[in-house]
Design a protein around this ligand. Structure first.
Ligand code: FAD
Length: 461
């Protein structure tokens, strides 16, 4: 007798080819868990479509028998969303890759969802333009994952989130319907903006298969400075002044509290300290320049004046590409260092700048009994109101107590997820950022688009 599972598997093999369906030990461990490493689970089957039609065919078959499916991009997600749960199939976009077209005059690029972010950045650069979305996982994360999570990164202050860099999108609904909304123009006010339903919905409403991306002019040079500051008030003042002075060319303004900076610098920098003394705050500032000689003069003069006035405690200006990479090194090290902490936990929250100090004081005080000697390390994209908090738990069984401290203090003020998404790990805390009405409406949309609840079930909602 043939079981329902065998029938479905044969139909999927017929649709995707024998190499398009994997089972058992053939499914490598990389498909068992995302970057969090939490609760790994081998998917019951791994589906590897090569085309939008393949995705549609596979979902139609799963939908007919209510088989749950988790969507996988590069598995660099930090919210548990791409990690399979017991009995789920995984659908990976790893074979749906490639850049289909670049239109230099309209500054657009059409890509398949499984293409890595770094391949897209490189292709844009070769065309003399840039795709400005940038994050530490660029070599592994996929554009489909970036859009599904509405990724942020280091240049949000200048270009916005992933959502702001998309003109068109193609997605496949749970029942296999292909929704092609591959708009290529900036101005298009014709009814509901359907692409934004899928962007940021973390694979719960559809599988993103292709996208039209918006490109920007490439700077001739990125000028980098590492600034040390004496207080939070100096930090906020510097941000305000940098915005006023450099306007849209302020490409990054990344802040490190001294506890994160000292922890990371000791582990990733060789040679002498960057600054002789320790300072309470450090900022990596980047100016995107179309006239490097003039802008370098302007940056140096501006920073020198600020130093003379006492607005800065110290500053290093990168003189070369290698220098800039070194100035970014400590900030960029977060992803590689977190796993070296015992019982690590990390948070990605946002709140208005004016509320940050009080929030952090409260969190540090309440978290102290739960975390080890490192305390709560802090860094982030302060211009976007986004902070990352990292700590090592004394007792891993008390993770939820720390979650509650960090998230409940944001109620009504900020967001429990600034850029990484909700996934499975923050689902219980969505209530601190979204009202019951908003959550009910999200559920209604989910039920309309995925009535059998087969796409990424249990993620977000
Ligand atoms: C070192 C490091 C640095 C990082 N820095 C940042 C940062 O600065 N900013 C930031 O925002 N994030 C950052 N991240 C998190 C992560 O890289 C992003 O969330 C990224 O966008 C995930 O892409 P992915 O392809 O790996 O997606 P995955 O991890 O595979 O999936 C993430 C979610 O999207 C869904 N999904 C994936 N592909 C699709 C698709 N085609 N259609 C529908 N749903 C899909 C999955 O089901 C899952 O819910 C970082 C991660 C690491 C490891």
């Amino acid at each position: 007798m043939t079981s329902l599972n065998d029938t479905l598997r044969s139909a999927l093999e017929h649709a995707l080819g024998l190499d398009g369906v994997m089972a058992g030990d053939a499914i490598g461990s990389k498909y068992h868990v995302d970057w969090t490493g939490k609760a790994p689970c081998r998917p019951a089957l791994l589906l590897r479509p090569r085309s939008t039609e393949g995705v549609a065919h596979a979902l139609r078959l799963c939908h007919e028998v209510s088989q749950p499916v988790v969507i996988q991009g590069g598995l660099t997600g930090l919210a548990g969303g791409a990690t399979p749960r017991l009995g789920e199939y995984a659908l990976t976009l790893e074979r749906l890759t490639g850049i289909e077209a670049i239109d230099v005059d309209s500054a657009t690029m059409t890509v398949c969802a499984g293409t890595t972010l770094s391949a897209i950045q490189d292709a844009a650069a070769q065309a003399g333009l840039q795709f400005p979305l940038d994050l530490g996982a660029r070599g592994s994360c996929t554009i489909g994952g970036n859009l599904a999570t509405n990724a942020g990164g280091n240049r949000v202050i200048r270009y916005g989130m992933a959502r702001d860099l998309v003109l068109g999108l193609e997605a496949v609904l749970a029942d296999g319907t292909i929704v092609s909304s591959m708009n290529t123009v900036i101005k298009n006010n014709t009814g509901y903006d359907l692409k934004n339903l899928f962007i940021g919905s973390e694979g719960t409403l559809g599988v993103i298969t292709r996208a039209v991306l918006r490109l920007h002019a490439a700077p001739k040079e990125r000028l980098t400075a590492l600034v040390a500051l004496a207080s939070f008030a100096h930090l906020v003042q510097l941000l305000r002044r940098a915005r006023a002075e450099f306007g849209a060319s302020l490409g990054s303004f990344e802040v490190m509290w001294s506890n994160y900076y000292e922890f990371a610098a000791a582990r990733v920098l060789s040679g002498p300290r960057q600054f002789e003394a320790q300072h309470p705050f450090y900022v990596v500032m980047e100016i995107e320049s179309l006239s490097p000689a003039a802008d370098r003069d302007k940056l140096e003069t501006w920073l020198a004046a600020a130093l003379d006035e006492g607005a800065l405690a110290d500053v290093i200006i990168g003189a070369s590409l290698a220098d800039s990479a070194r100035l970014w090194r400590v900030r960029d090290a977060a992803g590689e260092l977190i796993p070296s902490i015992s019982n690590p936990v990390s948070y990605d929250i946002s709140l208005p700048i004016g509320m940050m100090q009080e929030y952090l004081m409260q969190v540090q005080r309440r978290a102290a009994p739960l975390v080890n000697d490192l305390g709560v390390l802090i860094f982030g994209h302060i211009g976007d109101g986004n902070l990352h908090l990292v700590a090592g738990l004394e007792d891993s069984a008390r993770a939820e107590e720390l979650d509650e401290i960090i998230y409940s203090a944001l109620a009504g003020a900020g967001s429990v997820s600034a850029e990484h998404g909700i996934g499975t790990l923050k689902r219980a805390y969505l209530k601190y950022t979204r009202t019951p009405m908003e959550i009910a409406l999200m559920r209604q949309i989910k039920t309309t688009l995925d009535p059998c609840n087969i796409l990424n079930p249990g993620r977000v909602l």
